[in-house]
Design a protein around this ligand. Structure first.
Ligand SMILES: Cc1cc2nc3c(=O)[nH]c(=O)nc-3n(C[C@H](O)[C@H](O)[C@H](O)COP(=O)(O)O)c2cc1C
Length: 169
């Protein structure tokens, strides 16, 4: 499927909207709630069994997804701000919590993402940060943006979680 050209149309979530999706261990969508499907503009059939990157917006720095995957493959959860691309090129911002569901033997079974409306104040920090990381990625690759993210966090004297969770307080 051809990736849509991004437009400047923004879709906003309501305070009590919850967008849920579930993937297999390879990141293919195996479930999406009604809100997730409707907001994306795709049909359920178009989304199921597709890589979750079907919603990837080109403004998202790769380093955030690298962090996401390294966390969940390690059995840990992650909170992240994500800008997603709809089928018609519009976008929406979410604050996502991605977690691992384990089977009875403690092995990872699938991944879950629950998203809600981001606090506008948090996005004031996230948008310029992601723009900087993306710039760095374009000129120096993923390693350069990883270095930049680490140095920004180091300067602030916080880890990633503390930084992210502190943004909407
Ligand atoms: C449960 C779960 C939910 C995800 N949700 C999104 C999402 O909403 N948007 C997105 O771009 N990537 C999401 N991802 C990450 C994608 O799998 C992928 O790593 C990302 O889109 C970058 O794609 P790329 O690695 O092909 O560049 C999710 C991954 C998991 C495991």
């Amino acid at each position: 499927m051809r990736r849509p050209d991004p437009t400047s149309v923004e879709r906003s979530l309501k305070e009590d909207d919850f967008i849920v999706s579930k993937t297999d261990l390879k990141g293919r969508i195996i479930y999406g709630n009604k809100m997730f499907i409707e907001l994306s503009g795709y049909t359920e059939e178009e989304l199921l069994n597709k890589p979750h990157s079907i919603l990837r917006h080109p403004d998202m720095p790769k380093v955030i997804f690298k962090l996401l995957w390294s966390r969940i493959q390690n059995g840990q959860e992650i909170f992240a701000y994500v800008k997603n691309l709809c089928k018609d090129g519009a976008y929406y911002w979410v604050f996502a919590n991605v977690t691992v569901t384990k089977d009875m033997n403690g092995n990872a079974r699938d991944y879950h993402s629950v998203r809600r409306k981001p606090h506008p104040r948090a996005l004031e920090t996230i948008k310029p940060l992601y723009a900087k990381l993306l710039d760095e990625e374009r000129s120096g690759g993923l390693e350069a943006s990883e270095r930049l993210l680490n140095s920004i966090l180091q300067e602030k004297g916080v880890g990633y979680d503390e930084f992210i969770l502190g943004l909407h307080q």
